[in-house]
Design a protein around this ligand. Structure first.
Ligand SMILES: O=C(O)CCC(=O)C(=O)O
Ligand SMILES: [Fe+2]
Length: 512
């Protein structure tokens, strides 16, 4: 696909900016204290884990001090020191960035020490790259859309906050599902011991301590952490957040695999329909994440979470962060998932349960208060207990798809706005039968220049483009990572791909 001239100009400027003084890199030592509450506020003194891979979720360990330990999970000294320095200087952590290897703050910038802001003209986003959003009009509204020449689909609004649409018969992906069925059981993440994860997967720098950054990788193996904490600790002494997380069990019980972009012809058809459906520039669809297929059996669920991380200064998007001209590994620990849209395909009927729930959808008075029902406080995140307390829930139906916007649209710029708090969602427990879904996340960097750099690279240096960057906490591990080589991209494959970013044959690289 040819790149258009206007965007080229912008890319050139982007590269100049990258090369010159005006490009802010982010602080890698960041302890990510941004706890994404469901109301979007950020708690600063907690160490949090944040979801991803399949979305958000996470746990909060309240007020951890240096030296605090959970088993061999200890709060890393250097991070505490960094935080203290920042705190003492009266500067919020999110205000700190690294510019040309030296730490600068917004204060420096404002006081002229590193006065670069004036040199950056506002970015004019060319019209064909601008983001759009389908107008929900109102719940129940149905629009006919021609997603393939001569083929019309009913697209129905089922939520307006966030805009949520469903469509029947969007694509029959059952062939894909059948092909994947034998993989059930291959993902042996839960069969490994927790120690294995601490030593090999989580303790990235092998210092026998789990730093806060490393700690962020935990949520997907939460059940093991919970078991461990229960066995070794006085549970009563833990913070309320931790206790509530432990009560609601693992955030997620499911198996998931990623499918290379070109694995099935159906994927090309699907991409073309999504270009029509979303009205987005084809390159945005083509550089988005690969399809993730998820399988749940009875008891399987995914507690409510956000698929996209809140925009936080200083943390780049995972899908572009490796393009920053600095340490290619750092993004693994400090990036965000930036998913403008979620398209979720149901690949099978589920006999009972397994609803996709949106606890906050169209809740006009959305706040923590709104979850007090019958004089009882409801923990909306816990979909095992509160599936049907959600404002909107959908029963999985084969061939149905649901799409929603995880971010608002900044209409003035035509680019990504804040995260939409109402997009909080999850998968309820499967009670009977199985649940098969596929996630198609449309990734967009709030930093337009970085998104353009990605498109530029896809055309001009495709070997450098990785289309399935795992967010920081993706820790899926298989016992035999070489099996099915060439057909499936699992997260650990991709991590390898990044670590060997000069190796073009690496599995993490996919050309379109
Ligand atoms: O299982 C579902 O219905 C929702 C899944 C989901 O939210 C996710 O994979 O991010
Ligand atoms: Fe999700």
């Amino acid at each position: 696909m040819e790149y258009n001239g206007i965007a080229h100009c912008s890319i050139k400027r982007c590269i100049i900016i990258v090369g010159c003084v005006t490009f802010f890199l982010f602080v890698n030592i960041n302890i990510t204290t941004a706890n994404e509450n469901i109301d979007g506020t950020i708690e600063n003194e907690n160490i949090i884990t944040e979801g991803g891979g399949g979305g958000g979720g996470g746990i909060v360990i309240e007020n951890m001090e240096r030296g605090d330990e959970i088993g061999n999970i200890a709060v890393d000294d250097s991070i505490q020191e960094e935080l203290k320095d920042i705190e003492n200087a009266g500067i919020r952590e999110s205000d700190v960035r690294v510019e040309s290897e030296s730490i600068v703050t917004d204060e420096d910038v404002n006081s002229g020490t590193n006065d670069v802001s004036e040199e950056i003209p506002p970015v004019i986003i060319p019209e064909d790259m601008q983001l759009t959003q389908l107008d929900p009009v109102e719940v129940g509204y149905v629009r006919q859309m021609e997603l393939e020449p001569g083929k019309f689909y009913d697209v129905k609004t089922i939520g307006s906050k966030p805009p949520i649409f469903d469509k029947n018969e969007l694509l029959d992906l059952s062939e894909t599902r059948k092909a994947l069925a034998p993989l059930d059981g291959l993902n042996l993440m839960f069969d490994d011991t927790f120690r294995h994860f601490v030593d090999i997967v989580l303790d990235l720098d092998s210092d026998r301590l789990l730093s806060a950054l490393e700690f962020r990788r935990i949520p997907l193996i939460m059940s093991k952490v919970t078991d461990w904490i229960e066995k070794h600790h006085d549970v009563d002494s833990l913070g309320d957040d931790v206790k509530s997380r432990m009560k609601s069990g693992p955030d997620r019980i499911s198996h998931q695999v990623w499918i290379n972009h070109n694995e099935y012809d159906a994927q090309e058809v699907l991409r073309n329909r999504l270009i029509k459906l979303t009205g987005l520039h084809p390159d945005i669809i083509k550089t988005s994440e690969q399809l993730q297929v998820v399988h749940y059996t009875p008891g399987g669920h995914y507690h409510a979470h956000h698929d996209s991380t809140q925009i936080i200064d200083g943390r780049p998007c995972a899908h572009t962060s490796y393009l920053y001209p600095h340490d290619p590994h750092s993004h693994l620990l400090s990036s965000r998932v930036c998913r403008y849209i979620t398209v979720l395909y149901y690949l099978a009927d589920t006999e009972e349960g397994g609803e996709t729930a949106f606890p906050a959808a169209d809740n006009e008075t959305f706040s923590e208060q709104s979850y007090v029902k019958d004089n009882k406080t409801v923990e909306p995140r816990d979909l095992t207990s509160h599936c049907k307390d959600a404002n909107l829930y959908l029963q999985p139906h084969h061939r149905m798809a649901v799409m929603w916007y995880n971010h608002h649209l900044d209409r003035e710029r035509g680019w990504l706005g804040d995260r939409n708090l109402f997009a909080f969602h999850g998968g309820c427990d499967v009670i009977k039968g199985e649940k098969w879904i596929a996630n198609n996340w449309i990734t967009v960097d709030d930093n337009y220049e970085m998104q353009m750099l990605l498109h530029y690279k896809r055309i001009h240096e495709p070997q450098q483009v990785v289309l399935n960057i795992p967010p920081a906490d993706v820790t899926e591990v298989t016992k035999d990572p070489t099996s099915n080589e060439g057909t499936l991209t699992r997260n650990d494959d991709v991590i390898e791909g990044i670590n060997q970013s000069d190796d073009e044959s690496s599995q993490g690289h996919h050309e379109l």
